[in-house]
Write a protein that binds this ligand. Structure first.
Ligand SMILES: [Zn+2]
Length: 74
């Protein structure tokens, strides 16, 4: 995926690789993660991730129009 040149679905411009930073743990920047299923809240840790599949989300940005496209690859 990283070495493939993506084209913007909106305008056909070049897509540049990146990620959307999330402040997940104690304000330390993290990538967005994709988690399978529906969010289950727990008292101590917010949303339960244990036993669920978690994938890092890569987001591509169009250099021309700014359109964002996200992928959660294994
Ligand atoms: Zn575009």
């Amino acid at each position: 995926m990283a070495d493939r040149t993506l084209e913007c679905l909106r305008c056909g411009g070049p897509m540049e690789q990146g990620f959307v930073a999330d402040k997940a743990h104690y304000s330390v920047p993290e990538t967005q993660n994709w988690v399978e299923g529906v969010p289950e809240r727990t008292f101590w840790s917010g949303i339960k991730l244990k036993g669920k599949e978690v994938l890092r989300v890569m987001t591509y940005r169009c250099e021309k129009c700014g359109y964002l496209e996200s992928y959660a690859n294994k």
